[in-house]
Structure formats: structure tokens, C-alpha cells
Design a protein around this ligand. Structure first.
Ligand code: URA
Length: 434
């Protein structure tokens, strides 16, 4: 087999066989196929696309390029959830303990924030001592005992995707649906859960800006999961404004703790319940969505999810008293209020701009090894649909530096779209693909 012939074949619009795809992925991972040939192949795929069989073969080859976790030593149906990323997305911090409190084992791999989007691991590191660098043994043990563990994505997991993603990033070949779907799913399949729930975000703060693209990606990932023998569903959710009110690591952890105490923002909780319902159904703990949602609500009412979160934080080395006293979490010294000057309604809030404001404050990464300030961020007091009077506070900026606070202030003002009439209600849940 020669890579030259495979490129030619794809260029002419002919499908590649699973054997040819495996040859290409294995060769590229071990360095036998050079970047320039793989770049040509990625571009050919961008123009010609891939069919279902090719997409599955690419996903499985990337999954098998490294370690595939074996969770068979953990009892029950192991559930995982993945978000395509957004602003203010602290969903896992609330969802995982709710589901675990129902006895469903949650074995989750999470990442760090990059660019304007946040990451679960950074948020959890607000708890002094907390670590996601668990050994495999510890991870299995925690899921068995606590019913919930979160591990950082390791270099051994789907190394082919890592190499390929870096190549796509610099050859303008990221935005091809089958390539995105196989990239995400190779990592999910390698992390070994039986049931996968995907949160595919759409809107100004999301990777998929349009609903059409989000649904297409959701369908493609669900198909891959099914073909790989997993229980899988995808919920397409709104990311046209930040989720909830808090953006920034420590502020988001505080909001997650508030939510576990029954005081979560409505938009955020709607997404949490929709995803949680899918996880409970996949685990076979309820027969219908209404029953699943009622069970999840009970974990908030009885505070079993809050206690589960504290147990999880402690099991991974963190101080659990911070869960019960979130005022102990890091808080930035400067607080600057963003004032409204107009009459009207909030028509929208550009989520990406708010994420970038957090980046200016030092709360996000511009490079993989950037050191971030966990204490900074933005608290939004007005969201889409809220009525406004001049002199009201739109948001509070939490900063460590006045110059950065002022720059973020300007960005936040520009992110708000204020209009004379109340906008139509936008549904948080756009649809579910099962
Ligand atoms: N996230 C991934 O992991 N891969 C992609 O290709 C795009 C987003």
C-alpha cells in the first residue's frame, strides 16, 4: 500500500477501505507517513468528504493508536459526558455528582480550557490539593467507591488524533464534520465508558455557530458511537450567550456549588437536567425522561448531589470544606461594575466576547502552558430577555489588575446587544439525537 495512491483515490472521490485508513493512521502515528502527505489527504477529505464506514474506520484507528481504558472492573453501566465547549459551561461539576448520587458510575475524562472556552480541570483546581493526575488503579477505585472520578486526558490516549489535530490546525482542515466527529469520538471511545452523552453547543460562543452544523455534527457522532457499540445520545444546546451567570474558574465553581444547593440559574439547570436525563436513561435507572428528571431533582432537594461532590473533591485530594464554604475559594481583589446606560432589553450577549474578556483578565489560556489566574472572571447580572433601566449593573468584573479590568469592561459592554423590545424566548435545548 502506498500513501500516494490513497491520496489520489480520495482526491477522485473514491472511498478508502478500513484497511487503507488503518494503514494511513498507523503510518502517520509512527512517523512513516510525513506531514505533507497527510496534509494532502486531509485537504482531499475536506473536498470529497467521507462516508459512514470511512468515518468509523478513522475513529477506531485513532482510538487504537494508544491506550484504550478497560473499565470492566467497575460495576454497572459507566457513563461519560462530553461538551463541545463553551463559555460559562460548568455543567460537569453539577451533572456528574447528581448522576453519581443516583448510584450511576461516572468515569470522566476532562480537559483544560483553551482560547475563549473553559475546561473542567482548571475549575476543579480551585480546590487546594485537588488532582486529576490519578493512576489508572486510583481512577477505577474511586469510580467503584465514590461513583465518580475525573481524570485528565493523558498523552497515551488517542495519540494519532493529537498529531492529526495539530496538523489540521495549521492546514485549514479543522472544519470538516467527519474529521471533527472522528477526532472527538476517538478520545471518547478510548476512555472506555459504556454510555456517552454529548452536549453539542451551538451559537456565538460555540465551535458550531449554526444549528444546522451542530445537528449535523451531533448526528455524525451518535452514528459513530452506535457503530462502535455504545449507548449514545446528543443534546444540542444553546451557547449564543454564556451559560449561567458566572464566567471564570473560581466564580464558576461557586455557581456550581450554589446550583447543588438548589440555587442554580434557570438556563444552566435546564441544560444540566436535559443531559442528566440522557445519562439516567442510558444507565437504565429510569424508564422515561420525566421519571429520570424527577430523580435528578431529588438529588438537589435532598442535597445528596452536594455531599457527593464534596466526597469526590476529597477523594481526589481536595479540601472538601470549600464545597460547604465556597466563600473560601479564590476571589480577585478588584471588582468593577459594568453599568448600563440605556432603556430596553438585553437582546443577546456575544458569548465568545465574554470568554475573551475572561482571557484578558488572565482567566484563560493563550498557549497550552499559560499560567492562569483562577480568581478572575465575570459575573453577569443581566441575561437575554431581561429588562434594563439606565444605571443598572450589567455585570461585575473580577480582576487582579486595573488595566486588564478596564479592557475587559469595554469588551463586556460591546458584547451586550440592547434593543427596545423584549426578544423572543430562545429554547436552551434545540433537540436530542438518540
Ligand atoms: N475538538 C476535538 O477534539 N477535535 C476536533 O476536531 C474539533 C474539536
Amino acid at each position: 500500500m502506498r500513501m500516494y495512491d490513497l491520496i489520489n483515490q480520495k482526491k477522485r472521490g473514491n472511498a478508502l477501505s478500513p484497511e487503507e485508513i488503518r494503514f494511513m493512521v498507523e503510518g502517520y502515528t509512527k512517523g512513516a507517513i510525513p506531514d505533507y502527505q497527510m496534509s494532502a489527504m486531509m485537504m482531499a477529505i475536506c473536498f470529497q468528504g467521507m462516508n459512514e464506514e470511512e468515518t468509523l474506520a478513522l475513529t477506531l484507528s485513532m482510538r487504537d493508536s494508544g491506550e484504550v481504558l478497560d473499565l470492566s472492573r467497575i460495576d454497572g453501566i459507566k457513563a461519560d459526558k462530553h461538551s463541545t465547549g463553551g463559555v460559562g459551561d460548568k455543567t460537569s461539576l453539577v451533572l456528574a455528582p447528581m448522576v453519581a448520587a443516583l448510584g450511576i458510575p461516572v468515569a470522566k475524562m476532562s480537559g483544560r480550557g483553551l482560547g475563549h472556552t473553559g475546561g473542567t480541570i482548571d475549575k476543579l483546581e480551585c480546590f487546594p490539593g485537588f488532582t486529576t493526575g490519578l493512576s489508572r488503579e486510583q481512577f477505577y477505585q474511586n469510580v467503584n467507591q465514590v461513583k465518580m472520578a475525573i481524570m485528565g486526558q493523558t498523552a497515551e490516549l488517542a495519540p494519532a488524533d493529537k498529531k492529526l489535530y495539530a496538523l489540521r490546525d495549521v492546514t485549514a482542515t479543522v472544519d470538516q464534520l467527519s474529521l471533527i466527529a472522528s477526532s472527538i469520538m476517538s478520545k471518547k471511545l478510548a476512555s472506555g465508558a459504556d454510555a456517552i452523552v454529548l452536549d453539542v453547543k451551538t451559537g456565538s460562543g460555540a465551535f458550531m455557530k449554526t444549528e444546522n452544523d451542530a445537528f449535523a455534527l451531533a448526528r455524525e457522532m451518535v452514528q459513530i458511537g452506535k457503530n462502535a457499540g455504545k449507548k449514545i445520545s446528543a443534546v444540542v444546546t444553546d451557547m449564543d450567550q454564556p451559560l449561567g451567570n458566572a464566567v471564570g474558574n473560581s466564580l464558576e465553581v461557586k455557581e456550581a456549588v450554589l446550583s447543588l444547593n438548589g440555587l442554580g440559574p434557570a438556563d444552566f439547570m435546564e441544560v444540566v437536567y436535559a443531559l442528566g436525563t440522557e445519562m439516567v436513561l442510558a444507565a437504565g435507572k429510569a424508564d422515561d425522561p420525566l421519571e429520570a428528571e424527577a430523580m435528578l431533582k431529588e438529588t438537589i432537594r435532598k442535597k445528596t448531589a452536594l455531599d457527593k461532590f464534596a466526597e469526590f473533591v476529597e477523594a481526589q485530594g481536595g479540601e472538601k470544606r470549600f464545597v460547604y464554604q465556597p466563600e473560601l475559594l479564590p476571589a480577585a481583589g478588584i471588582q468593577l461594575q459594568v453599568m448600563n446606560t440605556e432603556h430596553g432589553f438585553v437582546g443577546g450577549i456575544q458569548a465568545e466576547e465574554i470568554g475573551l474578556a475572561n482571557l484578558i483578565l488572565g482567566g484563560g489560556r493563550t498557549a497550552k502552558d499559560s499560567v492562569i489566574d483562577l480568581s478572575v472572571g465575570i459575573l453577569l447580572h443581566k441575561k437575554r430577555g431581561d429588562a434594563l433601566m439606565p444605571g443598572e449593573i450589567l455585570a461585575t468584573v473580577y480582576a487582579a489588575d486595573m488595566e486588564q479590568a478596564k479592557e475587559a469592561y469595554g469588551k463586556i459592554v460591546r458584547a451586550y446587544r440592547i434593543q427596545p423590545d423584549r426578544p423572543e424566548t430562545v429554547p436552551m435545548i434545540k433537540g436530542i439525537i438518540r
